[in-house]
Ligand binder design. Structure first.
Ligand code: GLC
Length: 596
């Protein structure tokens, strides 16, 4: 009987607990999906394939257009940017979805790529490049669980993470979103998917994870964001596919398509890679979502065209992220279906994939925020976990004369550098806003505060951003320098990866005093430091630690012994880019390097 029902051949009887079979949690998901799809109009199906951005979607729109999903782009927060404010916003949209005739709940997506980073007060974890330096998949899984709890506490049920990109060129603005330059690292750290999704998607605090950006986003020529990855199929499969295979094996619920091209062809319209390889060969059973207006780029012209729409959907995109022009998208797709250029079979397949995850998430039974997790946002337990991750991600590049670990007692310590006392800078992009920004953007512990916390009254700590005031009376000077926040294309640095003039000047001021200098690099990638390194007594790659800067101090003072190892090869010269393990070039530090 169930087989006939699953095939949609026989309508199962309504059970006592539910008006229709799809509403009966006792029935298998495939049966519920088949029953629901059989009751859906074309309009309802098109709605399930459409994702709009909250600033362009009202609750009434969700009901009227049967939208299947809403997202927050980077930094797109409700008026009241608190966990409760997010939960109220989510519940408002969800109630609107439940008000549709079939009452299909929506999924709400955010980029919680290093913690629930749009939410003020959330725990901000190290960006992926730092987690790659820990070589600790178990830690990544624990972080995934913590992030899932904070995301769930705000109602959100879908996380556009992890990025499983294999960053091959440090000039790329998204290098920090990569766990490493060789596929083994992102593949092993895909354990974060299990943390996010739990053992079952309907488990407590489980959220849908997203393996992104499929495929080859980190391999573009020159590291140009949204550029062209020119590789043989064998090399594309060898370098960029393994992390997605690992995520599929872990049951990742969604995959996001890359803006980039493969040998000149846009991924968003690539039927072979999306349908033949990902869905058929790898057996990916979740749903494929496009990136932000990503389908617009398929035909090479500005705006969304009918060609864009049918090419993307026929290639295998199941849900389309059309932040603003979602009405136009629905009109174009409707016309393509009616004209027979997009088959109803393709539409039904896309809708079945989306609905399957909604049923598996338990959204039909528990559509609204589980407020028992709301207090977990920014909790002490999560911050302690983040602190552990920060300490494990520190990579000691140099330690001449054993200047590290620093003594915790006695004497005077000088701290300098633009990144020493700046939560925004130490968190990087995708923090409170899309691009991130400098300053006290969210509660946390700066690296300077971490240093002060470690020594307490047992030593004197003086801070001066540009190093002015340093003299020979100090036993050590710590310069915390590096990059200021950026995200995506704005982070591309085709012109060089050197420290900026302010940082170089600060370090020079410290060195002129004759005091030993420890340089801490807060950056989203390896920097071009070979010329300056000889003048530094010690150097630590801190990456982008997030809110828990105490973890950096833990390693500087030996509270936690350094164990971090480079996830990326460290260039000897900018002219070596791209430089990767095994490419025959001689780096300053090899992938895997780290003093312990
Ligand atoms: C962005 C990014 C993608 C993100 C999406 C939604 O452009 O490419 O990583 O998930 O849009 O914010």
């Amino acid at each position: 009987m169930l087989v006939l029902v699953a095939a949609g051949l026989v309508m199962p009887p309504a059970t006592a607990t539910a008006a229709f079979p799809y509403q009966d949690p006792a029935l298998p998901v495939p049966v519920r999906v088949a029953d629901l799809v059989s009751r859906m109009s074309l309009e309802e199906k098109l709605g399930q394939m459409t994702q709009g951005e909250r600033a362009s979607v009202s609750a009434a729109d969700v009901t009227a257009y049967r939208l299947g999903s809403v997202l927050s782009g980077g930094g797109s927060a409700p008026q009241v940017n608190t966990a409760a404010g997010w939960a109220d916003m989510y519940d408002g949209y969800q109630k609107a979805a439940l008000a549709t005739p079939l009452g299909i709940p929506l999924v709400y997506g955010v980029d919680a790529v290093h913690g629930h980073n749009n939410v003020a007060g959330a725990t901000i974890f190290p960006h992926n490049i730092g987690l790659g330096a820990t070589r600790d998949p178990g830690l990544a899984e624990r972080i995934g669980r913590a992030v899932a709890e904070e995301v769930s506490g705000t109602g959100i049920d879908w996380n556009f993470a992890p990025c499983l990109c294999v960053a091959r060129d440090d000039r790329w603005g998204r290098t920090y979103e990569s766990f490493g330059e060789t596929p083994d690292l992102p593949a092993s750290m895909a354990s974060i998917v299990t943390g996010l999704q739990g053992e079952t998607l309907d488990g407590p605090a489980s959220v849908l994870a997203t393996a992104k950006h499929y495929v080859g986003d980190g391999g573009t020529a020159g590291g140009a964001d949204q550029g062209d990855t020119r590789l043989s199929e064998a090399d594309l499969r060898a370098v960029h596919l393994p992390p997605f295979e690992a995520a599929v094996r872990r049951g990742v619920g969604s995959v996001m398509i890359s803006f980039s091209r493969w040998n000149g062809v846009k991924l968003h319209g690539h039927r072979y890679l999306i349908t033949t390889v990902l869905k058929e060969e790898l057996g990916f059973g979740g749903f494929v979502v496009s990136d932000w207006n990503g389908i617009d780029q398929i035909d090479g012209l500005r705006g969304t065209s009918a060609l864009d729409v049918r090419t993307a959907v026929n290639a295998g995109v199941d849900m389309v992220m059309v932040p603003v022009e979602w009405r136009r998208f629905i009109d174009l797709l409707r016309a393509e279906v009616r004209a027979g250029r997009v088959s109803t079979a393709r539409v039904d397949d896309a809708v079945r994939r989306v609905l399957t995850k909604k049923f598996e998430l338990g959204l039909f039974e528990r559509p609204l925020t589980d407020r028992s997790y709301t207090a977990s946002v920014g909790s002490a337990a999560h911050r302690a976990l983040a602190r552990e991750a920060v300490a494990k991600s520190q990579v000691v590049l140099k330690n001449a004369g054993g200047v590290l670990p620093l003594a915790r007692t006695g004497g005077r310590i000088f701290v300098a550098g633009k990144n020493a006392d700046d939560i925004g800078n130490q968190s990087g992009g995708w923090t409170i806003t899309w691009q991130g920004l400098s300053g006290a953007v969210t509660p946390g512990t700066t690296i300077l505060q971490g240093i002060r916390n470690t020594v307490g009254s047992a030593a004197t700590v003086t801070y001066s951003s540009d190093g002015s005031g340093i003299d020979g009376s100090y036993r050590v000077a710590v310069a915390v320098v590096g990059e200021t926040p950026y995200a995506e294309t704005r982070g591309d640095r085709p012109g060089g990866l050197a420290l900026d003039a302010a940082d170089l000047s600060t370090i020079a001021t410290l060195r002129a005093s004759g005091v030993p200098v420890v340089v801490v690099l807060v950056s989203g990638r390896p920097l071009d430091i070979a010329a300056e390194l000889p003048g530094w007594n010690a150097a630590v790659a801190a990456w982008l630690p997030g809110t828990e800067g105490q973890g950096v101090a833990d390693v500087l003072f030996g509270v936690v012994p350094p164990t971090g190892r480079l996830p990326m090869t460290w260039m000897r010269s900018f002219s070596q880019q791209p430089i990767n393990a095994g490419d025959g070039q001689t780096p300053l530090f090899a992938q895997g390097y780290g003093l312990t």
